[in-house]
Design a protein around this ligand. Structure first.
Ligand code: GLU
Ligand code: ZN
Length: 305
């Protein structure tokens, strides 16, 4: 029996004529200034195009999640006037589709089991050398790797321009199902971007490198990939990315106007300080009306904390 590609249904159902963007936070903590920037940029880009803006909670990694963080993130988005379209999608509700996609890839001989340890791969230089590709391993405690027939060592980003990636990394048979039994981020994100009919992805530069892998997956699945625009990252005084992991402070919901102003400045948008006396909805409406992606800088030296 040949397995049909389970993702084709979503493509057929939804012709890609309307702009569909998304914000896809992991519920590992509350929103911080860095994630507000990604949310705001993807929102303005979608709304300026007259499109839809969706929110997806990427809860596929329970050990890294914080109970209630999803609700807190959604509440903050609302307080900042970032109202989403359609229902919020939770990745924890998508397991069936991930499994069907894994089955499809396996039936097409596009994946294989691997029992190599991280330490072993590190020892051989950090890049996986397809050691298990022809071993036909089966059983418990295996990761699943993609047979990478479509390496992408570069792509054109709408903000960053031509983004390159080392060829050996691009060629790697990367993991799509983890040894600890969890779905890999690369798999889940691509399946859901297809499922939700996303036409353009606007997100932070920390995800530049995974983009090549995601393009590989789209190509392997035979489905057109979205466009990409990666906004600069807000960094801490010490030069680290502002992230939940390094304890970036949750953003203060009581003064959204001021933070929206700062975020729009950070994104290179034409805003003036008097905007902080407007209502949140007015700030958002004006941000959409004045939104220009080409003004977003490639990187940022300004430090926000
Ligand atoms: N969930 C990922 C994160 O919070 C983002 C995924 C994406 O935007 O593709 O880092
Ligand atoms: Zn292996």
């Amino acid at each position: 029996m040949t397995n049909a590609n389970p993702l084709n249904t979503f493509v057929d159902k939804r012709p890609l004529q309307q702009y569909r963007g998304r914000f896809a936070p992991s519920p590992s903590g509350p929103l911080h200034f860095g994630s507000l920037i990604a949310a705001l940029a993807s929102f303005c880009q979608a709304k300026e195009a007259g499109g839809k803006w969706l929110v997806r909670i990427e809860d596929i990694d329970p050990p890294r999640e914080q109970p209630g963080a999803d609700k807190a993130i959604l509440k903050t988005l609302e307080a900042f006037g970032l109202h989403w379209d359609e229902e919020v999608l939770y990745q924890s509700q998508q397991h069936q589709l991930y499994l069907e996609t894994l089955d499809f890839l396996s039936a097409e001989n596009l994946s294989y089991g691997c029992d190599c340890s991280r330490a072993k791969i590190k020892k051989i230089g950090g890049i996986y050398q397809r050691h298990c590709r022809d071993l036909n391993l089966s059983g418990e405690n295996l990761a699943t790797r993609l047979v990478n027939h479509h390496p992408f060592d570069c792509f054109e980003d709408k903000i960053q321009g031509l983004v390159k990636q080392p060829e050996d990394l691009a060629r790697e048979d990367f993991i799509i199902f983890r040894r600890d039994g969890l779905f890999a981020y690369q798999l889940a994100v691509v399946v859901d971007d297809i499922y939700q009919g996303i036409t353009e992805i606007v997100r932070g530069c920390d995800l530049l490198q995974p983009t090549c892998r995601q393009l590989t997956l789209f190509k392997t699945l035979g489905i057109a990939s979205p466009d990409y625009a990666h906004v600069p990252l807000a960094i801490t005084d010490e030069g680290y990315k502002l992230s939940k992991q390094n304890g970036a402070p949750a953003i203060d919901e009581h003064r959204p106007q001021e933070l929206l102003y700062k975020a729009l400045k950070f994104l290179g948008q034409p805003v003036t300080k008097d905007i902080i006396d407007c209502s949140v909805d007015e700030v958002i409406q004006s941000a959409i009306a004045n939104w220009q992606l080409f003004s977003v800088p490639k990187d940022r030296e300004i430090v926000y904390r």
